[in-house]
Design a protein around this ligand. Structure first.
Ligand code: TRP
Length: 473
């Protein structure tokens, strides 16, 4: 890294700054792909963040990769806002706060809407079911057009669910289950079809993996997804590598989308650079296509007007901003979205969990003993250094990872609130809090493993065969 990049913004033109920022973005990406030392990556990131703040000061606009200052009117940047340091895109999440990403700011920056109490109440009213704990607790915190979906549903117009997973390894951790647990609840609650995209093509393009491995991971991951309890008569799971070639209607939609999105647009949204392979540049159309019902003629009988609702983690939003932008131009309804927060790593809420670090998360294959050891050893604690101090001043549940995990998985609201209060007052010690978490996770993971064992290759094949589902469209 050259020192001059760190100079103040004072005498630089917007174009100078823009070019420095673009260069610095490349530097960060290169360091990451080359797996450089964490300190180097962090330093490069800090500089990138600083440049973005300078850029905003000088131009009054957010920096948008691929979009030089004079050309840009609307900005859809995913990088840090001028007043914060969180960075969220489909491949990177970083923040400097122990509480994690500031989600209210993300809503403003992404231009989505907050899932407020009114919407939670409305979902309960319309569905006649108690809201899922992920809704009650703000884990699904942001949405696009959910009111519209409910308006239509009240008038007996149905919709379908679309979610997905990028199969980058055989090992899935509990964080990966969040969208699926919630999607299962939505499917049961509204009784609607569900399509699940396994982007083995995406992982091949982005990671150093063979096509065969990516496809194998897709099938292995499908088993964990099926073990969440999806109904085979209402759910279609597909690997892109298989379905793209098998479905002319799907591929036609991919091509339509590709024709209506420019390189400049994807550069702006995803930050692609000149040295990214063309597969990456074309890929967003493949993740967009399942948002349109005529990509699945076997399910929707060729209809193109069935509304789609996508539950996903907020880092996937760039794909669907693009999708929503292109939809009206090719004559399709825009998909609606429900966004979740990130599941924190055991070490703290600064980052997403990584499937490549065995100690950063609880894996679906962990034994009860491993779960106990990991939580006790690695779960970042908001407790005080000594029992005396803890009793006196209390712990901080807001940064305590064991408490955060309990908000995801402990069903009982009252019990959770009591734990929060007792921990904050010092009545509950860190060891006791961790014990509650261990006792919540162990049976949950064990029963997942038992359900997964029941999933045979034949079951996977059933879910992954294109076929009509139990709905009449
Ligand atoms: N890109 C996602 C990932 O890497 C996978 C994905 C495809 C997805 N389609 C989706 C996730 C729809 C959520 C919703 O994990």
């Amino acid at each position: 890294m050259t020192d001059c990049l760190g100079d103040g913004a004072g005498d630089m033109t917007p174009m100078d700054l823009y070019e420095k920022l673009t260069l610095q973005g490349e530097t960060v990406r290169t360091l990451k792909t080359e797996k450089a030392a964490k300190a180097d990556i962090d330093a490069a990131l800090q500089l990138l963040l600083k440049l973005k703040v300078d850029y905003k000061q000088v131009t009054g606009q957010d920096y948008k990769a691929g979009c030089p200052p004079s050309e840009c009117s609307v900005s859809q940047d995913n990088g840090p806002a001028a007043d914060g340091e969180d960075m969220v895109d489909p491949w990177n999440v970083s923040t400097t706060s122990a509480k994690g990403v500031d989600y209210d700011k993300l809503i403003v920056r992404f231009g989505s809407s907050k899932i407020d109490q009114e919407l939670v109440d409305r979902i309960e009213r319309v569905s006649g079911q108690k809201a899922h704990r992920f809704l009650r607790r703000g884990i699904f915190f942001s949405h696009r057009d959910m009111h519209q979906v409910l308006d239509a549903y009240e008038k007996n117009k149905s919709f379908y669910l679309y979610t997905g997973r990028g199969p980058s390894s055989e090992a899935m951790h509990v964080g990966h289950l969040i969208p699926f647990i919630f999607t299962k609840w939505l499917q049961d609650t509204f009784d609607i079809p569900l399509v699940i995209q396994l982007t083995d093509d995406e992982k091949y393009l982005w990671k150093d993996l063979s096509l065969e491995d990516c496809h194998r991971y897709a099938v292995e991951n499908a088993k964990d997804i099926i073990a969440c309890g999806f109904d085979v008569n209402k759910t279609f799971i597909f690997s892109d590598l298989d379905y793209m070639g098998a479905s002319p209607d799907f591929y036609r939609n991919v091509v339509k989308i590709q024709k209506h999105v420019t390189f400049n647009q994807v550069k702006g949204i995803f930050g692609f650079g000149d040295s990214d392979c063309i597969g990456k540049i074309a890929f967003p159309a493949i993740q967009a296509a399942p948002s349109f019902s005529n990509s699945f003629p076997q399910i929707f009988k060729g209809r193109k007007d069935i509304q789609c609702l996508i539950p996903c983690a907020i880092d996937q939003d760039p794909y669907f901003r693009m999708t929503r932008d292109v939809a009206p131009r090719i004559g399709y309804p825009k998909p609606a979205l429900l966004h979740s927060t990130f599941f924190p790593a055991l070490q703290g809420a600064q980052t997403k969990m990584s499937a490549s670090d065995a100690n950063s998360s609880i894996f679906l294959t962990d034994t009860p003993k491993q779960i106990k050891n990991k939580v006790n050893k690695h779960a970042f604690s908001g407790g005080k250094d000594t029992v005396e101090e803890h009793r006196k001043y209390g712990g901080n549940p807001d940064v305590d990872v064991s408490f955060m995990y309990l908000t995801f998985f402990l069903e009982d609201d009252e019990q959770l609130e009591k734990i929060r209060q007792d921990y904050a007052s010092g009545a509950l010690l860190t060891g006791e809090l961790k014990k509650s978490l261990i006792e919540t996770l162990q049976p949950m993971i064990t029963s997942h493993q038992e359900r997964r064992k029941q999933v045979t290759d034949e079951t996977v094949k059933q879910f992954m065969t294109p076929r009509p589902l139990d709905f009449n469209f």
